[in-house]
Unconditional design. Structure first.
Length: 220
């Protein structure tokens, strides 16, 4: 937070390794100094107050998270309360459906996908799962609105999730590439899957080369 509002980190060291870490620990244990004050004076009183309490070197006096959530700077003096994020409940039937769709799309076993999701790894595998899960929630919401006679506006085309993996060249000069595209059900439904060369070596390609996966989610 200090780096965002001030434009520089509160504690820095020109050294690397253990020497740099020791210097940072020493600076942190001393807390803010007059050097910091010349930057803090440019901020609003509420922002200064919050930063000082967050960077308090004494853990017993440091502002706890619950107090940060209700601090005047965070809530704009109480006019914009911070509402904590809560995960939506997912029944087993919906979860199994999404795991199945994800497994079919990226060609990885459902148990492996479930493990990544439960471990909250936030990698490419979990990313595809969460995109499909969000699509299911939106589809259910649209269905409920229709049942109650509520018309929705905006683009009525089906949302599309595309996953592409660029070819990977092995030591022998062979290339393995796969392109998978699937369109979600909607006004029109379209799904297409194409595979080139050998199987995409499922877990290796998705876990060892995450930067090779590009996911585009076009919402409804």
């Amino acid at each position: 937070m200090y780096g965002i509002v001030v434009g520089r980190l509160p504690f820095r060291s020109p050294h690397y390794g253990s020497r740099g870490r020791n210097e940072l620990v020493d600076q942190t244990s001393r807390g803010l100094s007059c050097t910091h004050n010349k930057y803090l004076v440019l901020l609003t009183p509420h922002c200064r107050d919050l930063l000082r309490k967050l960077l308090e070197p004494n853990p017993q006096m440091r502002l706890p998270l619950l107090d940060v959530m209700v601090h005047p700077w965070v809530t704009v003096q109480g006019t914009a309360p911070l509402v904590p994020y809560t995960e939506r409940p997912i029944d087993e039937q919906l979860q199994d459906k999404v795991l199945g769709r994800t497994s079919q799309l990226i060609k990885i076993d459902k148990s492996k996908i479930a493990f990544h999701v439960q471990q909250k790894r936030f990698d490419a595998i979990s990313g595809v799962y969460n995109l499909l899960l969000d699509e299911e929630f939106k589809s259910a919401s649209t269905s409920n609105n229709s049942d109650r006679g509520i018309q929705t506006t905006g683009d009525q085309e089906a949302s599309v999730i595309r996953v592409s993996i660029k070819p990977v060249t092995s030591d022998h000069g062979k290339e393995n590439g796969d392109q998978v595209s699937q369109g979600a059900q909607g006004a029109e439904s379209e799904s297409a899957t194409s595979f080139e060369g050998q199987d995409l070596q499922a877990e290796h390609d998705w876990e060892q080369a995450p930067t090779r996966k590009h996911m585009v989610h076009k919402p409804k």
